[in-house]
Ligand binder design. Structure first.
Ligand code: AMP
Length: 181
């Protein structure tokens, strides 16, 4: 991506200080999604390294990962798989618990959503501590999928999420980085 495109992508992300609580800067991608050329740029750049690779499914993490993941899947000619908060999927599921800042949460996917050995790309809007993405990797691997990479529009490198995923053997692609939380 050239420097101008990168800057345009950064500028399209709205930063809201002290949301949802003091000290957090919320990185709001609704402004990026609402801007047609920038949305297309983000999807093209997320998918680009796999343009020539057979990807079985793109897995998106609820909820912003659904928007980006659906578009990336369409571009790559892959199927899309939703990873959802517990209790939302109607068929037989696999479930994993993961820790949030306060307490535990659980996420699920359909047991028959991916085939053993197939290549899956994981997508979300942002990686912070990496706890959410790590749980998604564990779910996908529990079904035998090969997690080809995890892709994010935004990385918050100070929170160490990318290192955490790479330590699990999952390559990480992110388009822009912001300092702080
Ligand atoms: P983590 O599990 O710490 O990597 O957090 C990643 C998840 O929380 C993603 O689904 C993000 O959408 C959301 N998230 C965490 N921090 C922020 C932030 N500063 N702005 C927007 N979303 C965030």
């Amino acid at each position: 991506m050239d420097v101008r495109d990168l800057q345009a992508l950064r500028d399209a992300i709205r930063c809201i200080p002290d949301y949802p609580k003091p000290g957090i800067v919320f990185r709001d991608i609704t402004t990026l999604l609402g801007d047609a050329p920038i949305f297309r740029l983000a999807v093209t750049e997320l998918a680009r390294p796999w343009d020539e690779t057979v990807i079985g499914h793109v897995a998106g993490i609820e909820a912003r990962g659904f928007i980006l993941g659906g578009a990336v899947a369409h571009r790559l000619g892959a199927g899309f798989v939703p990873i959802r908060k517990k209790g939302k999927l109607p068929h037989e599921t696999v479930r994993v618990a993961y820790s949030l800042e306060y307490g535990l949460d659980e996420m699920e996917m359909h047991r028959d959503a991916v085939r053993p050995g197939e290549r899956v790309l994981l997508i979300d809007d942002l990686i912070a501590t990496g706890g959410t993405a790590e749980a998604a990797v564990r779910l996908l691997r529990s079904l035998g999928a090969h997690v080809e990479a995890a892709c994010f529009v935004i990385d918050l490198p100070e929170l160490g999420g990318a290192r955490r995923l790479e330590a699990l053997g999952v390559p990480v692609r992110s388009l822009v980085a912001f300092q702080g939380h």
